[in-house]
Design a protein around this ligand. Structure first.
Ligand SMILES: NC(=O)c1ccc[n+]([C@@H]2O[C@H](COP(=O)([O-])OP(=O)(O)OC[C@H]3O[C@@H](n4cnc5c(N)ncnc54)[C@H](O)[C@@H]3O)[C@@H](O)[C@H]2O)c1
Ligand SMILES: O=P(O)(O)OC[C@H](O)CO
Length: 324
């Protein structure tokens, strides 16, 4: 079976490298220079440079070429998922959604978007603590593989599992998606704490209180608590809130150091999903009456509406309340 990968960014390329351990891989990339670089030089010089890619990975710039693949790993930035899936003919093989975010405008989860655009495809979600460069280097990692249909989930997990890449099965698609989307916003907050030099105690407090926000929002949307406390939730939150390898954390660090979010975002070629998810998450939380003060703080700073010290002062002076 050929495994298809949609998206030639860092994560799509790293996942192609994982899939290539067990068979042929066809990767769709939007940029002709990425397609050409993979086919000719076995390297994605734009998004994952200096990683020699497997010779069984072929790249294409034509989405329809992926129609015959046995399963498709879908890895564009969240805001482009709808357009990319709409560019495919109707698909009946499993779509494994690997993007982390909520769609602007509709406030929908990636699985909801995919179900609208490709209604005949079984849908799974792959999410967890996974920096692309580590996975591409075959360093050990574990992910949540969530699928409403247990048999499809198991078949997908067995097709992509490797000794260094271990999927754990779940049927909680919503929980797996919410963890990945929310942690990106919280990672920006942790980066701000780092950039402002507020110390490791503050970062640990933020991770804990951020996790409380993720849990409140997730439970209200139908996620299971154990999924939020697992690899795709708390696991990914801890990773992303602790390292400048995270684009979201780095964005926050720049803001904490006093640079404008708009300027930092304009400089990027790679995606910091939390910047796009934050306002969508804020609206979604308000809609269902869930309090997310850390997310509100990140939104204020991304929008350039307030100064870092004022926002942090506001968070610290909230009324005393019970922890749970
Ligand atoms: N990089 C990681 O370590 C990692 C790990 C897990 C999950 N993810 C998730 O994977 C998704 C993709 O991230 P990435 O790191 O591979 O991307 P990236 O930042 O490496 O590259 C940017 C990607 O955006 C694509 N892009 C830009 N404009 C586009 C458009 N108009 N239409 C379609 N695609 C467009 C580019 O082709 C490229 O694939 C994100 O949701 C991210 O949160 C990333
Ligand atoms: O670089 P980030 O912040 O997009 O994080 C990458 C992955 O989501 C980590 O699991």
């Amino acid at each position: 079976m050929t495994i298809g990968v949609i998206g030639g960014g860092a994560w799509g390329t790293a996942l192609a490298q994982v899939a290539a351990e067990s068979g042929e891989v066809l990767l769709w990339a939007r940029e002709p220079e990425v397609v050409d670089g993979i086919n000719r030089a076995r390297e994605n010089i734009v998004f994952l440079p200096a990683v020699p890619l497997s010779p069984v990975i072929r790249a294409t710039g034509t989405l329809a070429d992926l129609t015959g693949c046995g399963m498709l790993l879908v890895v564009p930035p969240a805001q482009h998922l709808r357009a990319v899936l709409a560019g495919l003919p109707p698909i009946e093989s499993p779509l494994i959604l690997c993007s982390k975010g909520l769609e602007a405008g509709t406030r929908k989860l990636m699985s909801e978007v995919a179900a609208e655009v490709q209604p005949r495809a079984p849908i799974a979600v792959l999410s967890g603590p996974t920096f692309a460069h580590e996975v591409a280097a075959r360093l050990p990692a574990a992910v949540t593989l969530a699928c409403g249909d247990e048999a499809v989930g198991r078949a997908v997990a067995e097709a992509i599992a490797q000794p260094f890449f271990r999927p754990y099965l779940s049927t909680d698609v919503v929980g797996a998606e919410i963890g990945g989307a929310v942690k990106n916003v919280l990672a920006i907050a942790c980066g701000i704490v780092e950039g402002r030099g507020l110390g490791q105690n503050a970062r640990a407090a933020l991770i804990s209180r951020g996790f409380a926000e993720m849990t409140r929002f997730g439970l209200a949307k139908g996620a299971r608590a154990e999924t939020l406390a697992g690899l795709s939730g708390l696991g990914d939150l801890v990773l992303t809130c602790s390292s400048t390898s995270s684009r979201n954390f780095s964005l926050g660090k720049g803001i904490g150091e006093g640079r404008a979010a708009a300027e930092l975002l304009a400089d990027r070629k790679s995606v910091a999903e939390g910047a796009y998810t934050a306002p969508v998450l804020q609206q979604a939380a308000r809609e269902i009456g869930v309090d997310m003060p850390v997310v509100d703080a990140v939104c204020a700073l991304l929008g350039g509406e307030a100064a870092v010290d004022d926002v942090i002062g506001g968070l610290l002076s909230r009324p005393i309340r019970a922890e749970n």
